[in-house]
Design a protein around this ligand. Structure first.
Ligand SMILES: [Zn+2]
Length: 85
């Protein structure tokens, strides 16, 4: 879970996920290891809960990038989207 202080909480804004039949919801998608990062931000491993920061256009880390507690279901889900120009 990302941490922040009372002072830095002013920079967090709650976003309502956009549901679309065309997909593209940045919040509900689990991204495979090695896939291209669609949005800059903080991502959480669905296998072990580890968190990473990734920039749009980079690749998600490979499976051996860290020790997973659970072998099944390793994927990356967006936790906090950053406003990056
Ligand atoms: Zn993991």
């Amino acid at each position: 879970m990302p941490y922040f202080t009372k002072d830095t909480s002013q920079y967090f804004h709650e976003e309502t996920p956009k549901v679309s039949v065309l997909g593209g919801d940045p919040w509900g998608t689990a991204h495979k290891i090695g896939a291209e990062v669609p949005h800059s931000g903080i991502y959480r491993c669905t296998g072990c809960g580890d968190e990473i920061t990734s920039n749009k256009g980079d690749k998600f880390p490979p499976q051996n990038s860290h020790q997973h507690n659970v072998l099944a279901g390793v994927a990356w889900k967006l936790v906090a989207r950053t406003k990056t120009k």
